[in-house]
Ligand binder design. Structure first.
Ligand code: SF4
Length: 384
């Protein structure tokens, strides 16, 4: 008998395991008074939505302190919708993949229209349809499914990384998760029928986190071992089958730290709509193959700011990996020789004290530069 023929046995085994071993303490899955919601009872989707977007690229233990800080600063949908994007990015700083924060902010304005400003506390005013949630920026089917099942205990399936791994192993699928997605969604939909969807989805996520881990799953403690083809016939570590890894191209970037006579540093704000739009950074850009990094900095600052600089000492160089590319940054301290900086390729420029940079949201790569700069200044170094 195949897995698709015995969904009830799998459901029962999973839910029994979940009652004893589930993570029943996750703060956004609890009611306001800290108790566990009853079967079919709704809880606030706002906190769940924020957490689910944070969890898209980040582990639970990393997310929790960021989520707690977020809920203190933006306790309701209204607080978030009325906040400046810059403040939102500042609270998100450190979590990475900043487009998620921008999209949450965009979504808050759409949701407030949909829910109604006077009805955010009324859980029945919130959308419960998968299509409604998926129409929000940055919300895919699995995130939408998790929000709806967690908040309203409705049967919306999920297929995050944990669940894909469990299902790929149960089926011992020879296809990669991407190629097998339709079948994995079918299994998720089948399992969620006629039980508490909230508990079933959470059970899958908890099993993937605690037992069916990416490497060396603890099959001896797994409630699904009798149904699992990878466990009975193969080595579970071989599933899911991996995609061919693409080699990420390396691009060199020259950065100029430009000081004025007051010892203030020039920073620019990235254009809205661009990658990491709204965040602040130090000016600079891509190196052409036929130029030195010093020439890159001179050229980029002339093109982006309309100024002439003298490139001085090198502060640091380092590599930083993003999802699809690797960047190699070389950072020099520069002296402004001629011109008044203008935001020709950014939305705003500011001169700020190097010790007030923490008031602005910067991408992770820039935080390395800031920490090295503080060390450099602490040693009483001259600018050039
Ligand atoms: S038996 Fe092992 S491989 Fe199969 S689902 Fe359980 S932990 Fe994962």
């Amino acid at each position: 008998m195949g897995i698709f023929d015995s969904p009830q046995d799998i459901q029962n085994s999973l839910l029994e395991w979940f009652r004893e071993n589930g993570r029943h303490w996750i703060p956004w899955k609890l009611k306001k008074d800290g108790s566990i919601p009853q079967l079919g009872e709704s809880i606030s989707p706002y906190e769940i939505w924020i957490a689910e977007v944070m969890l898209q690229q980040t582990q639970l233990k990393v997310v929790i302190p960021y989520w707690e800080k977020w809920i203190k600063v933006f306790p309701s949908l209204i607080d978030l919708a009325e906040a400046d994007l810059e403040k939102v990015l500042l609270i998100w700083q450190g979590l990475g993949y900043y487009s998620r924060a921008t999209r949450i902010h965009q979504s808050s304005k759409i949701l407030i229209e949909c829910v109604g400003e006077n009805s955010v506390e009324n859980l029945h005013s919130w959308p419960v349809g998968i299509d409604q949630w998926m129409s929000l920026p940055g919300i895919g089917r699995s995130t939408a499914g998790s929000i709806i099942s967690s908040a309203f205990d409705l049967p919306t399936p999920i297929l995050d990384g944990n669940v894909k791994r469990i299902f790929s192993r149960l089926l011992a699928s020879e296809k990669t998760s991407i190629k097998n997605e339709k079948r994995l969604w079918e299994l998720s939909s089948l399992l969620i029928a006629n039980v508490s969807p909230r508990d079933l989805n959470q059970a899958l996520m908890d099993l993937g986190s605690k037992i069916c881990t990416p490497k060396k799953p603890i099959c001896s403690s797994c409630p699904l071992q009798n149904f699992c083809v990878a466990h009975t016939k193969y080595d579970p570590d071989d599933f899911p089958k991996k995609e061919m890894k693409k080699i990420k191209p390396l691009q060199e970037i020259g950065i100029g730290l430009v000081f004025n006579k007051n010892g203030e540093l020039l920073i620019d704000q990235r254009l809205e709509g661009s990658s990491m739009g709204g965040m602040w950074e130090f000016p600079g850009g891509k190196k052409n193959s036929d130029e030195s990094i010093e020439k890159t900095i001179e050229r980029e600052l002339k093109e982006e700011l309309g100024i002439i600089v003298k490139v001085g000492v090198k502060l640091l160089s380092f590599e930083h990996a993003y999802t699809h590319k690797r960047l190699f940054f070389t950072v020099h301290i520069c002296e402004l020789i001629l011109g008044e900086p203008k935001p020709l390729a950014s939305q705003k420029l500011l001169w700020v004290s190097p010790y007030k940079l923490s008031n602005f949201p910067f991408p992770a790569a820039n935080t390395k530069i800031i920490s090295e700069l503080h060390k450099h200044l602490a040693y009483g170094n001259k600018k050039l």
